[in-house]
Write a protein that binds this ligand. Structure first.
Ligand code: NDP
Length: 448
């Protein structure tokens, strides 16, 4: 029996923490996990899962309208935000229950309290209970950043957006990243007047330029408003509860809801990292080595709190690799190359590997293949919206080094194609594959 209360104490029951707890317990470790809010973390409780359900809900707006062109006699339909909201929140409750069951069935002690590190092996719980553990894993995720504009307290973040009392008639969304573009699409489909406010002229930095430009063009055509290079001066709340966003230049914008989607910073405040000599970098992220070990030997960190790649599947892999390394006798690192990602905008976009600009910088000579087409469904629906697929190929080796797309189901198609890019397949391998007709994905093997 070890001298510690637990072999592993995990702080944070999100994607990374739950996976690490479960796998470590399966390897025979005595594990406890502390969570001050709800089991499931950002992804399940206030991120990917409820967001994706809202995306499905939003899509009905276009589908119901398109259905008429396909012969369906669709009467005028109204949308009830509260029905969707409550059903989505109900599904979140169900999933949280499943996460709790998983921890229970692996005999992980669940402690619904805030935990603070007191030393290399010590943790203090909010109740005052002191606990010791051979290893501590920090998996506390990240938290939305709110700009310090006067009146910013009148805005909300993605933490609150799933709980709105009503669907806003007018919404201003600050930011031009994942969350901003996804919620712009969602609320636009629900009938809100959407204005996106961006501090620069660039949306979705890091994604392929042609794909980002296509999203912007489609969003403008749909009726989403953009304020680029905007400097917010202040936000005022009117007596009737509405808001007024004022800028250094240009007209103010009135709205009912102001959503900040301006990035997320590692959640380390008040964790007691200094008591164990755990170092953070200049962005406040916990510094870790390839095995997720921090500057303190007995403390590890995984997921958004380390700010490596802020994506759920990456946190899960890091948590799993940590548990296998420390408790499974199988030291392994996470491979960060070729991670596919998607923005569930409207339409969605997805990418894997290098953009054209990155490939030109790194490889010198590249070949680019594109397909710019109107999906069959859009043609019959009378919708002008075009899809765009772009393949980036290393001209020397013929290897496909990047794949980027925007259009219906782009994330679903890209996930499968990412296997080929990750495996290092060539353009010729794509060409040698017979098309699956008629599909949108067949464009990938027909690129000229
Ligand atoms: P992002 O990093 O995607 O985008 C942040 C945006 O806010 C950028 O446009 C940035 O501008 C802007 N910004 C940053 N600081 C300020 C500021 N002080 N004032 C005004 N604008 C500012 O962050 P999100 O909040 O959208 O999402 C957080 C993270 O969550 C993402 O990075 C992603 O990893 C993850 N996520 C993933 C999703 C998915 O996989 N589909 C969905 C949602 C979130 P600039 O570009 O100029 O820096």
């Amino acid at each position: 029996m070890s001298d510690y209360d637990f072999d592993l104490f995990v702080i944070g029951a999100g994607s990374g923490g739950v996976r690490a707890s479960r796998v470590a317990a399966a390897h025979g470790a005595r594990v406890a996990v502390a969570e001050e809010f709800r089991v499931g973390g950002t992804c399940v409780i206030r991120g990917c899962v409820p967001k994706k359900l809202l995306i499905y809900g939003a899509h009905f707006a276009e589908d119901l309208s398109d259905a008429r062109r396909f012969g369906w006699n669709v009467p005028d339909c109204g949308f009830e935000w509260t029905t969707l909201r409550d059903n989505v929140l109900g599904e979140v409750d169900r999933l949280e229950g499943l996460y709790k069951n998983t921890l229970d069935s692996h005999k992980v002690e669940m402690i619904p309290e805030r935990a603070t590190i007191t030393g290399p092996h010590g943790v203090r719980l909010a109740s005052g209970r002191e606990v010791s553990a051979k290893y501590i894993l920090v998996a506390t995720g990240a938290w939305p950043v709110i700009p310090d504009t006067p009146g910013a307290e009148h805005g909300i973040t993605s933490n609150e957006v799933f709980h709105l009392d009503r669907c806003p008639g007018r919404i201003v969304i600050v930011g031009g990243g994942y969350i901003a573009n996804e919620f712009a699409g969602i609320f636009h489909q629900f009938g809100s007047h959407v204005t996106m406010v961006n501090r620069t002229g660039t949306l979705l930095r890091g994604y392929e330029e042609a794909v980002r430009d296509r999203l912007l063009q489609i969003s403008i055509t749909k009726g989403i408003n953009f304020r680029f290079n905007a400097v917010m001066e202040k936000i005022e709340k009117n007596e009737d509860g509405t808001l007024c966003v004022r800028f250094a230049d240009g007209d103010p914008v009135a709205c009912d809801t102001l959503l900040f989607a301006t990035g997320r910073r590692p959640h380390v405040e008040g964790l007691g990292l200094e008591s164990a000599g755990v170092e953070v970098n200049d962005k406040g992220a916990i510094k870790v080595d390839d095995y997720s070990r921090t500057s303190c030997e007995s403390i590890y960190a995984v997921g958004d709190v380390t700010d490596r790649v802020q994506l759920t599947p990456v946190a899960i892999r890091e948590g799993h690799a940590f548990a296998d390394t420390v408790f499974g006798g199988n030291p392994r690192m996470v491979d960060y190359s070729c991670i596919p990602s998607a923005v569930f905008s409207h339409p969605p976009l997805a990418g894997v590997g290098m953009t054209e600009a990155q490939a030109r910088n790194k490889l010198g000579t590249v070949k680019i293949y594109t397909s710019d087409f109107r999906p069959m469904k859009n043609v019959l629906a009378g919708r002008e919206e075009r899809a765009l697929y772009k393949m980036v190929v290393d001209a020397t080796t013929d290897r496909v080094v990047g794949l980027h797309m925007i259009g219906p189901d782009a994330p679903e198609i890209l996930q499968a194609a990412a296997v080929a890019v990750k495996a290092g397949l060539t353009k010729q391998d794509f060409d040698d594959t017979v098309a699956l007709h008629p599909s949108m994905a067949e464009e990938l093997v027909l690129l000229k």
